[in-house]
Write a protein that binds this ligand. Structure first.
Ligand code: GRG
Length: 264
């Protein structure tokens, strides 16, 4: 569990939890986010461990290191993933959040991670190997597989920051845009980044005969799509700022910028 959850990842999801609470309610709200931020990372770590298993993507490398089932063994990796998932909910239950908010946050995470979210996206992804997906189908798959948890991270931070309905809506639109941009950029890096920087085999997704944004739109089309999504995210932040004074979206904008400029 430690190998999977404390390895050299980007911690994007915890960063989003903190940044959304900070934008809406400042430092005090951000300090109430620790368990929720850790819970989001535990679910993410579990998903990567299970995604790498031989029965799923069968990857040997993750973050430039052997994947969990290579470093240990397959049964240990399955159990570590299972336990990380439980750990996420245990962290939330143990948090100091007020009970109604706590239940709401637990619901957000369960919904995003489960059969209507990440697990559904993973099922569509596995079924798509050797099949052609339309752009709409590819987008739906990514919105569920990686987008749902990214959106949940932002919404959880916003809820802890006391978001009103219109603010939650703007933050959700922001996170949907960066969640998809994240995946488009991942597909771009899969063909442009060198192996050492990415920590996995170059062209791995294409080699697996999975549809990607680059295979459907070409490299230029995928780059244009990432830029369009980045613009949508910035517009959602503009809406968030327009609704109230003293909302600072600088960190959220920096995260959106990072997602389309990242090299790993
Ligand atoms: C096993 C139910 C189940 C779901 C797995 C998230 C997921 C669903 C699979 C990940 C597949 C994958 C590698 C997608 C590419 C985009 C992505 C989510 C990369 C990993 O996330 P990062 O870059 O990871 O945030 P780090 O290492 O920085 O934490």
């Amino acid at each position: 569990m430690q190998y999977a959850a404390l390895g050299p990842g980007k911690r994007l999801r915890p960063a989003l939890v903190y940044a959304c609470a900070l934008a809406l309610a400042g430092d005090t709200a951000a300090t109430q986010c620790h368990q929720a931020a850790a819970a989001l990372e535990c679910i993410h770590a579990y998903s990567l461990v299970h995604d790498d298993l031989p029965a799923m993507d069968d990857d040997d490398l993750r973050r430039g290191r052997p994947t969990c089932h290579i470093q240990f063994d397959e049964a240990t990796a399955i159990l570590a993933g299972d336990a990380l998932q439980c750990q996420a909910f245990e962290l939330l239950v143990q948090s100091d959040l007020a009970p109604p908010l706590k239940v709401q946050v637990i619901g957000e995470l369960a919904n995003a991670a489960g059969a209507r979210g990440m697990v559904a996206g993973q099922a569509i992804d596995l079924a798509a190997v050797d099949h052609t997906l339309t752009l709409t189908q590819l987008e739906k798959m990514h919105r569920l597989k990686t987008g749902a948890l990214i959106v949940a991270s932002a919404r959880v931070g916003a809820l802890i920051g006391g978001a009103e309905a219109s603010q939650l809506s703007a933050i959700t639109r922001y996170a949907e845009a960066i969640g998809l941009a994240f995946q488009v950029q991942d597909d771009i890096l899969d063909v442009t980044s060198d192996t050492q920087v990415l920590g996995k085999t170059q062209g791995a997704d294409a080699a697996r005969n999975k549809p990607t944004y680059v295979s459907l739109l070409g490299l230029d089309g995928a780059q244009a799509k990432a830029a369009e999504l980045h613009q949508q995210a910035s517009l959602a932040l503009q809406d968030l700022r327009a609704g109230a004074e003293n909302i600072s979206t600088d960190v959220l904008q920096q995260l959106a910028d990072f997602i389309v400029k990242r090299r790993h």
